[in-house]
Ligand binder design. Structure first.
Ligand code: CA
Ligand code: CA
Length: 387
């Protein structure tokens, strides 16, 4: 979702915007057929500690100290994406990918961790800053009228369930641009993060997430690293725990139960975010790789990323396309989000599957979006050496 949408349908009206974007879509789709260079989709495999080329297969866990709160993801080959009928077009075609080993946060970054970063740096998040008119207008089709000046206030997008059933394409009916909503006030004015230190931080833009990772000496995962890690060593399975279907009586993750977006039965115990480590970890010891909050990745988003890899038998350490393009919002630069959230359910997006992927405007946080970090062994070596 872009800054245009977060300022809301106030600009040109939801249906009017769709019509405008549809016209643009037809124009730009024609261009995208010529954009087939996969040059940035692969890189030479190298050992994270030495920089030397690696063999195929898992990378053994380095000896020595372990970064606090992180686990070693051994890397190796896997099938990225999903060709089955339940997968969306953006997850196809499935293809073979290899990633080298890396460290990954066991959990989503929490409110307590993000607070530590803000206290140390004085960082002001995107949602706490007044949006710039020029930034908004750069993300909308030419000719779009500017938003009224009074709408240019600090805030973020907050989920608020509608009173009655609504068409599932009308996300403007449950997402509301809310002044003064930010990571400290996840549900807007009057809300707080008191007593939820161990919940994932939300309302973080991609820029906010990157600022945190730099302070922490870490990085955002690539989309390939994230999916490899989420699968927990189970190749070509539908869920992070295998192929066993979801259970109402034995919930494995925090999603939406009931009729989305109106009635949440909360059989998993949570209507919004859950504390990290609320559910069993996957095969690599990672928590909430499915559900709870969406997690930012480093890659630019394109729906056709996997098509751009056609003809490559094995894609090694992919870092994504050179730029983003989403025909639904062609002017908004977007990065990848993974893992689904407490709002996902089978009838809507089922995005808690490890192959599911989505793009989001880099300057927009929402109440169901967070992140976790990765770190190379060489970065960890450098930190331990300097202590
Ligand atoms: Ca839930
Ligand atoms: Ca998650």
């Amino acid at each position: 979702m872009s800054t245009l949408l977060r300022i809301g349908a106030r600009l040109i009206g939801f249906h009017g915007m769709n019509a405008t974007l549809s016209a643009v879509l037809l124009l730009v789709m024609g261009c995208s057929r010529d954009s087939s260079s996969p040059s940035s989709n692969s890189a030479t495999a190298s050992d994270p500690a030495t920089g030397k080329p690696t063999r195929s297969g898992p990378t053994p866990q380095p000896t020595g100290a372990t970064p606090p709160g992180m686990v070693w993801i051994p890397g190796g080959e896997f099938t990225m994406g999903d060709n089955s009928a339940h997968a969306h077009m953006v997850e196809k075609p499935a293809h073979r990918v290899r990633v080298d080993g890396f460290w990954m946060d066991q959990t989503e970054v929490t409110n307590a961790q993000f607070r530590e970063f803000v206290l140390a740096t004085g960082y002001v998040s995107t949602a706490e800053s007044i949006p710039k008119l020029e930034d908004i207008m750069s993300q909308v089709p030419p000719g779009t009228p500017p938003p009224p000046p009074e709408t240019l206030v600090a805030g973020s997008m907050v989920f608020s369930p509608p009173a009655r059933s609504v068409p599932l394409h009308r996300f403007d009916l449950w997402w509301h641009w809310t002044p003064a909503a930010d990571w400290r006030h996840p549900n807007g004015p009057g809300s707080s993060i008191d007593d939820i230190d161990d919940h994932p931080v939300v309302h973080v833009s991609w820029d906010d997430a990157v600022a945190y990772t730099k302070w922490a000496g870490k990085e955002l995962p690539t989309e390939a690293q994230w999916e490899f890690a989420a699968r927990g060593g189970l190749d070509e399975k539908r869920f992070v725990w295998g192929n066993e279907p979801l259970s109402e009586t034995k919930p494995r993750l925090n999603i939406w139960q009931g009729s989305f977006p109106v009635a949440n039965t909360e059989t998993d115990g949570y209507s919004r975010t859950a504390p990290v480590k609320s559910f069993a970890p996957n095969g690599f010891g990672l928590y909430e790789m499915a559900g709870n909050v969406w997690e930012w990745c480093s890659d630019w988003y394109r729906p056709d990323t996997y098509h751009l890899r056609a003809g490559q038998n094995l894609v090694v350490n992919p870092t994504g396309p050179e730029s983003s393009f989403d025909p639904r919002e062609p002017y908004a630069p977007k990065r990848v989000l993974r893992g689904g959230s407490f709002l996902c359910n089978d009838s809507y997006c089922s995005a808690y599957r490890p192959s599911a992927r989505r793009g989001n405007s880099i300057d927009t946080g929402m109440s169901h979006m967070g992140f976790r970090c990765v770190m190379t062994q060489s970065a960890w070596n450098a930190r331990t050496k300097n202590r």
